[in-house]
Design a protein around this ligand. Structure first.
Ligand SMILES: [Zn+2]
Length: 181
């Protein structure tokens, strides 16, 4: 588990790069930013529950029964979220909110799934690895080498975070330049 901020920054930089390069309108970009912001934090909810449980001394959630990076870090959850997003974005009720004439909720659902997936992708590159197909396959697929392989809390993880933030700033400048031109 990379740190929360690294997850948010690395997921946002990818989403915003896509959104800006495909000329999406501002209300949609903002909605997607929120979707990715939430989605990229969701997988580590089990970890946060563990911390709460340690403080209170009681099992507050079923999440902790799973152990960290088991169910919460499998491919099944973002796959399910993606299916739900497809369903919800076609539903007149669940996709009913318009902002400046744009139906934004569909974008929210999809970026929630995307943020979740990007979180897992970043974790997959960590030394600790994840089990994509949990509970199938009893071994984590862990990268032995590679320039993207990093240790959590290491200098490299912090680099990933700051490089992401710098690129987000570039993307914003580029967006403003394109809009004001
Ligand atoms: Zn994680």
């Amino acid at each position: 588990m990379a740190l929360r901020r690294t997850h948010i920054a690395s997921a946002e930089v990818i989403m915003m790069g896509y959104a800006i390069s495909t000329n999406q309108p501002l209300p949609i970009i903002i909605t997607e930013t929120i979707g990715v912001w939430i989605g990229s934090q969701l997988p580590d909810i089990d970890q946060r529950q563990t911390r709460i449980n340690k403080k209170t001394g009681i099992e507050t959630s079923m999440f902790t029964l799973w152990g960290h990076r088991t169910w919460s870090h499998s491919i099944w959850i973002p796959a399910l979220l993606f299916i739900l997003a497809r369903y919800s974005s076609n539903s007149p009720m669940l996709n009913g909110i318009s902002v400046y004439g744009y139906k934004v909720m569909g974008y929210f659902y999809f970026t929630l799934a995307l943020g979740y997936f990007l979180h897992e992708l970043l974790d997959a590159f960590s030394v600790e690895g994840i089990r994509w197909l949990y509970p199938l396959g009893d071994r984590k697929i862990i990268r032995k080498k590679g320039i993207f392989r990093y240790k959590v809390h290491s200098m490299k993880e912090i680099m990933i975070r700051y490089v992401s933030i710098i690129f987000i700033v570039f993307e914003l400048i580029f967006y403003l330049y394109k809009t004001l031109k």
